[in-house]
Design a protein. Structure first.
Length: 368
């Protein structure tokens, strides 16, 4: 298919892998200087595993997965909050499908739905707005979870609800912002030589947003598309940056990403939401990394419209999902991985989502 097949050629992939080996700093020595790159996009994580990209790379180049799955980084307390709202009989809760099986402290949206709670899977916020029109006597709550890629669509839904006179539509905001998370990771204990930056998020934010990471922390940033050749090209560019000792922002995904990003989408986002300090699973509280609905749209803020008592938060014993999300361990290092925790019986969020690191490792048999 156009714009897919040409980015999956095996011959070119092997040539790129050879070029990566040739460009590795210190390749003339026995081991060379090890390099560590982190991808911070769940689709990258899945496709790196799916296409066996790690197997093409030299042993002294390590790819680790970061907090690239918005569902995975959503903390237990937020899930518990969503479940508490859903249990209210006058409420109809809607969520994207990957939210349904994320474990809370004692339940999940899927389990609550099986018990008869009215929770529906939505394909879009347009669908949820239609439900609000059809159910004027009920509070229809959309569970807003996602990075910059999907936040503008949720902002538009709130603007539309106001325009259409739908006071019964509200959003429980759990949105997260990627740049503050990268800042927190860059100041952490991991020694990172580069980021494979997320293509979808970058299409909204623009490539310029990563310049401060390079300037302040000396970590290279390359924006990668999602096909195998996109990813290998981005890795090659990061290796060459490391060999030259010149970290910088590069954008080989220019077919989708500009330096300025989507200015209109960013304007809509800032019209409805404002930044707040927020908790990330495994990373704790990160300054200005989350969003809240602005006061002028408080009538569409489910946290205010549907007050509930949230149960005490309980983390699952033995689950290393938080450590996986910040790149401190790989999924097979968790004692629950593949035994007590599987996609059919997930203990942690990273095994549930289609973009979760543990799910990617399990599905494609990655064991290192």
């Amino acid at each position: 298919m156009k714009f897919i097949d040409e980015f999956r050629g095996g011959k070119i992939a092997r040539l790129l892998a050879d070029a990566i080996r040739e460009a590795m700093p210190g390749r003339e020595s026995a081991t060379g200087r090890p390099l560590t790159f982190m991808e911070v996009c769940g689709t990258h994580t899945m496709n790196i595993a799916r296409f066996g990209i790690r197997e093409l790379l030299p042993e002294n180049l390590r790819l680790i997965s970061g907090p690239g799955c918005p569902v995975c980084v959503t903390p237990h307390r937020w899930i518990d909050h969503a479940i508490a709202i859903a249990r209210r009989p006058e409420v109809l809760v809607c969520a994207f499908g990957d939210m349904m099986r994320i474990p809370g402290s004692t339940s999940s949206l899927e389990r609550e739905r099986a018990r008869g709670v009215d929770i529906r899977i939505a394909a879009s916020t347009i669908e949820v707005l239609s439900l609000a029109k059809e159910n004027p006597g009920r509070q229809v709550v959309f569970l807003g979870v996602g990075f910059e890629t999907t936040i503008p669509t949720v902002a538009v839904s709130i603007l539309e609800a106001r325009s259409q006179g739908l006071p019964n539509y509200s959003v429980l905001c759990g949105h997260k912002l990627m740049p503050p998370a990268l800042e927190a990771l860059s100041k952490g204990d991991l020694r990172l030589d580069g980021y494979l930056c997320p293509g979808h998020v970058s299409a909204i934010l623009g490539s310029g947003v990563y310049e401060s990471i390079v300037r302040k922390h000396g970590i290279g940033c390359v924006i990668a598309g999602f096909e195998p050749l996109d990813i290998l090209q981005a890795i090659l560019m990061l290796v060459r940056q490391a060999a030259e000792g010149c970290p910088r922002v590069e954008n080989p995904y220019s077919r989708a990403v500009t330096r300025e990003g989507n200015v209109k989408a960013l304007g809509i986002l800032s019209q409805v939401f404002e930044a707040k300090d927020d908790e990330w699973r495994g990373m704790g509280m990160i300054p200005a990394s989350g969003l809240k609905i602005r006061t002028e749209f408080a009538g569409h803020d489910a946290a205010l419209r549907v007050p509930v008592e949230i149960e005490p938060t309980r983390e699952p014993a033995g689950c290393l999902c938080g450590s996986v999300l910040r790149g401190a361990v790989k999924p097979p290092e968790c004692g629950l991985f593949g035994s007590a925790c599987t996609p059919d019986n997930p203990v942690g969020a990273c095994m549930v989502s289609a973009e979760g690191t543990c799910a990617a490792y399990f599905r494609y048999g990655v064991r290192h």
